[in-house]
Design a protein around this ligand. Sequence first.
Ligand code: SAH
Ligand code: SF4
Length: 429
Amino acid sequence: MNVSDSERVATSLAGKGFEITHSEENADIILINTCSVREKAEQKLYSRVGRIKKKYDEKPVIGVMGCVAQLEGETLFEKINGIDFVVGTRAVGRVSEAIEKVLNGENGFTDLGEREADYDWNVADAQRNSPYVAFIPIIEGCNKFCTYCIVPFSRGRERSLEASEIIRQVLELKRRGVKEVHLIGQNVNSYRPETDSGLEMFAGATPFSKLLRAVAATRIEIIKFNTSFPRDFHHDIVDAIDEHENLANWVHLPVQSGSNKVLKAMRRLHTIDSYFKRIDKLKESNRNISLTTDIIVGFPGETDEDFRDTVKMVEYCNFDSAYIFKYSPRPGTPAFEMEDDVSQKVKSERFTELESIQKSLQSTNLKRYINSHVQVLAERISSRSANDLTGHSSCHKIVNFAASDDMLGKLVNVKINEIKSNSLFGELN
Ligand code: SAH
Ligand code: SF4
């Protein structure tokens, strides 16, 4: 979501005559996009501003956007010396106005206002991270209020984009040579546009599965989506993937814990049994769907037995990869009021143990790819070798392969002959 916001802010600033540079040394204005999901991410902002201030004699203007900006607002000026303006998560369309105010001498400018009705969701080709991959936010905000999570506070309530607008964007991106779109949101399964516009012709048990079929019908090469909230993950989504080859065979379904007691305290609204039902349905698919997840260890009240349940759950699900996080109390969330009673030492031990179990399952999984053929979107020249290209497979694995740059932007067939810890290596077939 943050990458996608950055791309759109760069698009709007470039459209207003600003020249975008990714080199800090050349910048007159530095915009820092922030995340506050865990304390560590927030700490990064403080050290980054400090480092910039120390490094340059000439003062670059520094603006802060994103979740920390939204949550802290004007208090950021007191907390961090050297910031010039603060723009909240829904005010990103007005960054140029903020810059103008600062350049005209206004101090401590803050905009935490709502998104403007005519907000421009487009991203210019030049500002996209990859010319072949585009992110489309289909739903903003979150209404779930999992007890540990700051997102409903930093991103506000859910609001879905009309399907007709999403389809228009996909068709336009396709025309411009984009091969892969990611439909993104904190909980894409909650997708609920105000009208049926654009979905009328499509079947589906939920508006989201209708949307998947509608986007599939544009015939863009690859469609990925995340994040899925397990309780709302309807089995019709798997049916849609089975029906349409261009719906990628990858699902990110964050489970968070293997203990029903902890899941309840987290207010995740699913149980382990209901989660396993969804996993079983995904594994029954004839598409060989790759499964990834997020897990938090050390949530308040998590006992060793609860953690063992998480280990069992990980062994049952056999995820292709898992993002594991140590619980980090976030001020303002309901869990912040609970006693953070799992020590740092135990959190670290559980993290290390789970990570090593997951790594070993993952590497067994990856070995199955040896000598197999995967379709890969050639996205860029590898940073490790100018003779290799890198991209993602439909099952969202990173694949490196020897090829020249005239293959960039093409969907290629790669025969896998080597497994690295988090990626596959192969040759063009
Ligand atoms: N909307 C998604 C993800 C939101 S944030 C979902 O519903 O799962 C991404 C991940 O950060 C979460 O899945 C969770 O694993 C982790 N996370 C969120 N808040 C956290 C906290 N306070 N401490 C540790 N990890 C956290
Ligand atoms: Fe946070 Fe839960 Fe919403 Fe995900 S679903 S963003 S974890 S509150």
